[in-house]
Design a protein around this ligand. Structure first.
Ligand SMILES: [Fe+2]
Ligand SMILES: [Fe+2]
Length: 282
């Protein structure tokens, strides 16, 4: 019986959820990088407030662990909101399962998310609320605002600002590979490696258009986010950022319009990967 390439896989490395602010938890998945001894985080967020919010829904590959992690923090029936930042599979991978498990949840999405993602999900429109860039919604004990992050890989992307904790969900911005895992901080990271990783992932994995943008306009866009009183940046593909690390990360991102895009691994790299992972015939 052939094995489906798309069958759910177990995570190779577990990392229990982390409380990054009061009642605010990162849900982790760790994915080994392709061809390098590096690791990439795939995070989601749970805000366990008066009306609990799930922010992004993990990946199919980590479905079982993701559901266990999330529903150990909040009962499915208590979840009132599912916030979908955009329709990429690492953010929407368990959306159908979460909608099924959480019958009292409203899905915060948007017209473009529904338009783009209807090819693989029959959206229950009566359970949806469309929230566009800059719009807010009340979740009982706080008001959350959708705010586009500096670097993004989908026209539908909206980050999420929680002024009650100072946590900003930056979605794919600040994505970076890590040399060690599991690790939940950047304390020991080499500054040069971090800058290279942020740049490689921004241009190669998220936003190749950065080379074409107007420097002043882009930095004005970054100002909108960085001017918030952020105390913690959480993202899908980075350990949380605090203190000086936040300013440093924004500083690196601000330089992207005048940064040369790094070269990407090519066919020769793929052949090296294949040679290194070749399984000897029986
Ligand atoms: Fe994305
Ligand atoms: Fe992502």
């Amino acid at each position: 019986m052939p094995t489906s390439l798309y069958a759910p896989l177990e995570p190779t490395m577990a990392h229990a959820p982390t409380e990054i602010a009061p009642d605010t938890f990162l849900i982790h998945q760790i994915q080994p990088a392709c061809g390098q001894p590096l690791f990439v985080y795939i995070n989601s967020l749970v805000i366990r407030g008066a009306e609990p919010v799930i922010v992004d829904t993990g990946t199919p590959a980590n479905r079982r662990q993701w559901m266990e992690d999330v529903f150990a923090l909040v009962e499915p029936e208590d979840v009132r909101w599912i916030y979908l930042s955009h329709d990429d599979v690492d953010h929407s991978g368990n959306l159908e399962q979460v909608l099924d498990a959480c019958p009292n949840a409203t899905l915060i999405c948007s017209w473009p998310i529904v338009e783009r993602h209807t090819n693989c999900l029959n959206f229950p429109l009566e359970r949806c609320r469309w929230v566009n860039e800059g719009e807010s919604f009340d979740v009982g004990d706080r008001v959350l605002t959708a705010l586009q992050p500096p670097v993004f890989d989908s026209p539908t992307t909206r980050g999420l600002w929680d002024p009650s904790t100072g946590v900003y969900w930056a979605v794919d911005t600040f994505a970076t590979p890590l040399m060690d895992a599991p690790t939940n901080d950047l304390d020991g990271i080499d500054a040069e490696f971090w800058q290279f990783g942020l740049t490689l992932f921004a241009f190669g994995g998220v936003s190749p258009w950065l080379s074409y943008v107007d420097d002043a306009k882009f930095n004005a866009h970054v100002d909108r986010v960085q001017s918030l009183p952020i105390t913690m940046v959480a993202g899908c593909h980075t350990p949380p950022l605090v203190g000086q690390r936040i300013d440093d990360a924004f500083g690196i991102v601000r330089g992207f319009p005048t940064t040369e895009a790094p070269p990407l691994p090519d066919q020769a790299a793929l052949e090296e990967i294949l040679a290194a992972t070749a399984v000897a015939p029986a």
